[in-house]
Design a protein around this ligand. Structure first.
Ligand code: ADP
Ligand code: ADP
Length: 231
């Protein structure tokens, strides 16, 4: 599903070069749930942003669902991102002035989907995260755990093949974090590949596979169970 070979990324600011990724190699199969851990500054967010086609890389190869990402122009990258990927962030990133229905609608409108299809996708996605009855509520009326569920619904509404989550439980208490993790596990069980950065060792250990990123390289991999799905 996702394959990176010898991937490097250098940030250049004020004459200072920061080697964020130094020849990173990884292969994530369709249907895997991978947690990404590692020290602060080791390159986890850079890795996730490149995987999510939000950032470019300097050298190496990246194939997403068989597509050679380095060969794409900006339009094709955006299209691939919208079609294949969903994003969940630590800070939820909901729009406070929009109700839940309209929040989930934002990326669907951006994709230009017709209204009837958008409505069906939004209702289905909010039902999947257990918030169907809250469609007309605003983010401020929800707990943090519920807001993160809305953000997950927004990602799911696009039917992504891969869900990329950067510290999705970082702003949540232990119980809400566990419940968001359970939701992600259910989503994964239905076939969505998940890559999740987390600092929480308990949550990391629940995944099928833990990837440690240290100094911009994948350091070691722990495979808990063989992946059920081959790509
Ligand atoms: P992590 O997510 O593991 O904390 P990051 O991927 O955020 O690590 O950062 C990896 C390295 O790249 C760090 O040294 C960080 O300071 C640097 N870095 C990240 N983003 C930028 C940027 N936009 N400009 C310059 N340096 C950056
Ligand atoms: P969770 O089930 O995500 O752990 P909580 O236990 O924090 O949620 O919240 C319980 C109930 O209180 C929920 O129905 C939630 O919508 C409501 N609630 C939480 N925070 C707020 C808030 N700031 N304003 C209005 N209602 C809230």
């Amino acid at each position: 599903m996702l394959r990176m070979n010898d991937l490097s990324k250098v940030y250049r600011t004020h004459m200072i070069e920061t080697h964020a990724l130094r020849g990173l190699d990884i292969h994530v199969k369709e249907g895997e749930f991978v947690t990404v851990t590692g020290p602060s500054g080791s390159g986890k967010t850079t890795f996730l942003n490149i995987a999510g086609l939000l950032e470019e890389f300097d050298s190496g190869d990246y194939f997403l669902d068989g597509v050679d990402v380095s060969k794409l122009n900006d339009d094709a990258r955006s299209r691939l991102r919208n079609e294949k990927l969903g994003f969940v962030f630590q800070g939820f990133n909901l729009i406070p002035d929009l109700d839940l229905f309209d929040n989930v609608d934002v990326p669907l409108r951006y994709r230009g989907l017709p209204a009837a299809e958008r409505k069906e996708r939004i209702e289905h996605a909010l039902a999947e995260v257990g918030l169907a009855s809250r469609m007309k509520h605003y983010p401020s009326e929800l707990s943090g755990g519920q807001q993160q569920r809305v953000a997950i619904a927004r990602a799911l509404a696009g039917s992504p093949k891969v869900l990329l989550a950067d510290e999705p439980t970082g702003n949540l208490d232990t119980q809400m974090a566990r419940s968001v993790m359970e939701l992600l596990e259910q989503i994964n069980a239905r076939g969505t590949t998940i890559l999740m950065v987390t600092h929480d060792p308990e949550l990391a250990a629940r995944a099928q596979r833990i990837v440690h990123i240290i100094d911009g390289c994948v350091h070691d991999l722990v495979r808990r169970k063989p992946s059920l799905v081959e790509d």
